[in-house]
Design a protein around this ligand. Sequence first.
Ligand SMILES: Cc1cc2nc3c(=O)[nH]c(=O)nc-3n(C[C@H](O)[C@H](O)[C@H](O)COP(=O)(O)O)c2cc1C
Length: 200
Amino acid sequence: MVMDVSEAIKRRRSVRRFRQEEISREILLELIGAARCAPSAANRQPLEFVIVDSEKLKAKVFAQLAWAGYVRPRRDPPAGKRPVAYIIVLINKERALADFDPVDAAAAIENILLAAQGNQIGSCWLGSIKREKIREILEIPDTYKIDSVVALGYPDEQPVMEDCKDENIEYYLDDKDVLHVPKRPLQSITHLNKFGLPID
Ligand SMILES: Cc1cc2nc3c(=O)[nH]c(=O)nc-3n(C[C@H](O)[C@H](O)[C@H](O)COP(=O)(O)O)c2cc1C
């Protein structure tokens, strides 16, 4: 069943434990198709993507990632729960518009995460990555910047989102090993007409 967009936005959480069920190439291409639809500064479209779904390369890429800093190492995916595919997001420097590249990448990545959610696939956007090692492993030329890695797989955990208390934004694990993700409430982040005027 395909999920409604606002439902997908609300339900998407970063997932760090995955069932070992393969994601078809067709779906992986659908996710890149979603990235391709994203807004792009001056429509320069500097992004390219590497799908990694071979066992050997997945293991090598996994070793270059850092997971869930606030609860480390308790959300490092253990063997048997690791991502079943990755999409590596690249910026072609020859097409890029300097300051806007990471913004283009972010818009495209969010489309990937939401398209994944719409297919009941869990994802985690990873920016704490060993870029030079990944470059070597995947033979990525120097004319490309490595922006991010998106880890993918059918979820084996269901993190929950909640309003944060006292502006504490650190996600945490409860005694049932459920990950809680605090988000700043609407009242804290929204100003009505003039800065400082509350919404209620
Ligand atoms: C630019 C960026 C980099 C991130 N890098 C990592 C990372 O290296 N490792 C990780 O486990 N999560 C990473 N995340 C995921 C965040 O930890 C996560 O989005 C945040 O805790 C909020 O949780 P949510 O995605 O479930 O809303 C990253 C997210 C963004 C936007």
